[in-house]
Design a protein around this ligand. Sequence first.
Ligand code: DC
Length: 215
Amino acid sequence: MIVTIDGPAGAGKSSAARSLARRLGFRFLDTGAMYRAVTLAARERGLDLTDGAQLAELADRIHVELVDDRVLLDGRDVTTAVRKFEITDAIHYAADNPAVRTQLVGWQRAAAANHDVVTEGRDQGTVVFPDAQCKIFLTADEEERARRRHADLHSRGEQIPFDEVLANQRLRDHRDRSRSVGALVKAADAIEFSTDGLTPDEVVAQLEKIVRSKQ
Ligand code: DC
């Protein structure tokens, strides 16, 4: 069974999807981590991110693996590095690049082949797994999402002012919704679910109910 969870940044997708996968005994796919790893690889090599062809060629050459909660780039653990603010800030070059997207969609389908999966991203229910049995579109209030992101960065030692986190999130929301390929949009058959006012445990319990009702 394939369960897709799409939605804007900071809606709580990653932690909800990870816990949900654990409860169901499914594989968890953090597709944002793949776009992050491509961006990190490009930054490390000093690549010009605006050079779409070079970026696509790089995505073709590197090996990104999601093992449990770890992100491996050519075998190296980059779990912490990919979540840095400077990577988030530059991610649109990879996310907006159609050739990179095609490559990563291939990785995502390969990772899900012959497995029960909870996959999380922006285009999972629309582009990558249009036939998924259970599609969820997770949302939350904009300021609440920015507060979570701000607290998350703070807990990892990145002191970014709240206003900057909010402004960055607005820009990313706009880019996520308006890119020509793989844009963030609710699939017609997705169930919209707001995490506002719910604890992480309550969110996962509700999502589990939705999935069980589709099994
Ligand atoms: O979920 P996240 O914050 O780790 O995602 C980082 C960026 O990657 C996000 O701004 C948009 C992009 N992304 C995407 O375009 N498609 C996906 N399936 C997942 C993420």
